[in-house]
Design a protein around this ligand. Structure first.
Ligand SMILES: Nc1ncnc2c1ncn2[C@@H]1O[C@H](COP(=O)(O)OP(=O)(O)OP(=O)(O)O)[C@@H](O)[C@H]1O
Ligand SMILES: [Mg+2]
Length: 401
């Protein structure tokens, strides 16, 4: 392989901005895959896959819809994204356009061969669809998996209520279709809380951030496709910086490995990752750069970048929340003198206001507030920016000097 071919192979295997749709490039997630597959093989069982933005929900759904066989039969699949303009009828028309139905009619005379016609299932739906129409239609099909992604875009409460009724009726009639709903955590809580009747029919599958071994697998798979390798320190650095979010693993691995390839090296080194940080910061989505500036700019005193960096370094619970007390240690290390909560609590509050994004969300009650990044993808960005500014080292420790 020459350098050009390597650069090309790398851009095929690392896709920072698009969900994975090939099994060969999909890493980890065995537990979540198994949970979905178990739901699909049970009649009357449905599933909801939820997690933070960018953890890999769509990728898992795509890999499943690429082809699934259960008990030697091919599972019919349809996969759609929701949008804010949809009502219940247009949702099901969109889904049923994805499913092609084979109709076989006996021929006209004794000798005429049977006629088969392929029709999209949508042709059999009335203009105004009810949950019972859906059940009736789906009960004519064999094993089917229907993936409804971006559930959080469905803003109309009427449509989620009808969707809950649909799940209930499909489950009660043991129709051999599994609905897989995919969305960010908050939308799921809403759906389940408001429609407790469906709780039994739904398996709730939480998609956590990716573990270091899963992130390592992404790096190894991508590099081996280009006949390249990586130093242990460089790999660890990419994992640490990614904070469990595979977007950054793809982005940093892509930039670092292409840099190595263009200067005739087949092993990615720590210095390649350092250069990749600068590229990642410069080429980050405009919305991320904009949100960072909005949150931290101030004409006068400016502790905002340091406090935000300390928030990004604060230990979190498994929903991504931290408390003010968790910010104290990283901030004191960065500032090289002890900082107590009153010195930065107004900064934390300001981060939750419209005028600074809000870059953070706050929950809980006074004195017991907990905070998290409104967009999780900002957290690694803030950390990389801290490294570029020299506030912390690449091992995420405060710089000594
Ligand atoms: N299992 C995986 N193996 C390798 N790469 C992955 C995996 N899961 C996700 N990725 C990568 O991570 C990034 C985000 O993935 P994806 O779009 O699937 O996340 P998402 O949870 O659906 O995000 P959103 O909440 O924005 O819809 C993409 O670049 C994708 O290629
Ligand atoms: Mg998605």
């Amino acid at each position: 392989m020459d350098n050009m071919e390597r650069v090309q192979a790398l851009s095929n295997s690392f896709s920072p901005s698009a969900p994975i749709d090939q099994k060969a490039l999909f890493s980890g997630r065995m537990a979540q895959l198994m949970d979905v597959l178990n739901a699909v093989s049970q009649k009357g069982q449905h599933a909801i896959l939820f997690g933070e933005r960018g953890v890999g929900k769509t990728s898992l759904a795509r890999v499943l819809s690429g082809g699934l066989t259960i008990r030697a039969t091919q599972v019919l699949t349809a996969s759609i994204n929701c949008d804010g303009t949809m009502d219940f009828s247009s949702l099901w028309h969109k889904i049923c356009r994805e499913i092609v139905f084979t109709q076989t009619k006996t021929g006209a005379g004794f000798t005429a061969p049977p006629e088969t016609t392929l029709k999209p299932l949508a042709d059999y739906l009335p203009a105004t669809v009810t949950p019972d129409d859906v059940r009736h239609l789906l009960s004519q099909l064999g094993k089917t998996l229907i993936i409804i992604d971006e559930l959080d875009r469905l803003v109309n409460p009427e449509i989620t209520a009808l969707l809950a009724d649909t799940i209930k009726t499909l489950s009660d009639h043991a129709v051999d279709t599994t609905l897989l709903l995919v969305g960010v955590a908050d939308s799921v809580e809403m759906l389940i809380k408001e429609h407790q009747s469906i709780e039994r029919a739904m398996v709730q599958i939480r998609m956590p951030r990716m573990s270091p071994p899963e992130l390592n697998e992404i790096i190894d798979k991508g590099l081996s496709a280009a006949g390249m390798s990586i130093q242990a320190g460089a790999k660890e650095m990419i994992c640490t910086l990614s904070q469990g979010l595979p977007h950054y693993t793809h982005l940093l691995a892509l930039n670092a490995s292409q840099r190595a390839a263009t200067i005739d090296r087949t092993e990615v080194a720590v210095e390649d990752v350092r250069t990749a940080i600068d590229t990642a910061l410069a080429k980050a989505q405009q919305s991320i750069i904009g949100a960072y500036h909005k949150a931290t700019s101030s004409p006068r005193e400016n502790l905002y970048p340091q406090v935000l960096l300390s928030c990004a370094l604060a230990p979190t619970d498994n929903l991504g929340y931290f408390a003010a007390v968790d910010v104290r240690k990283p901030l004191s290390e960065i500032m090289k003198k002890p900082y107590e909560i009153p010195a930065f609590s107004q900064h934390l509050n300001a981060f939750c206001e419209e005028s600074r994004g809000p870059i953070l969300q706050r929950t809980g009650t006074n004195r017991r507030f907990r905070f998290r990044f409104s967009n999780p993808l900002l957290q690694p960005y803030v950390i990389m920016d801290g490294i570029r500014r020299g506030l912390i080292s690449d091992s995420l420790k405060a710089n000594k000097s």
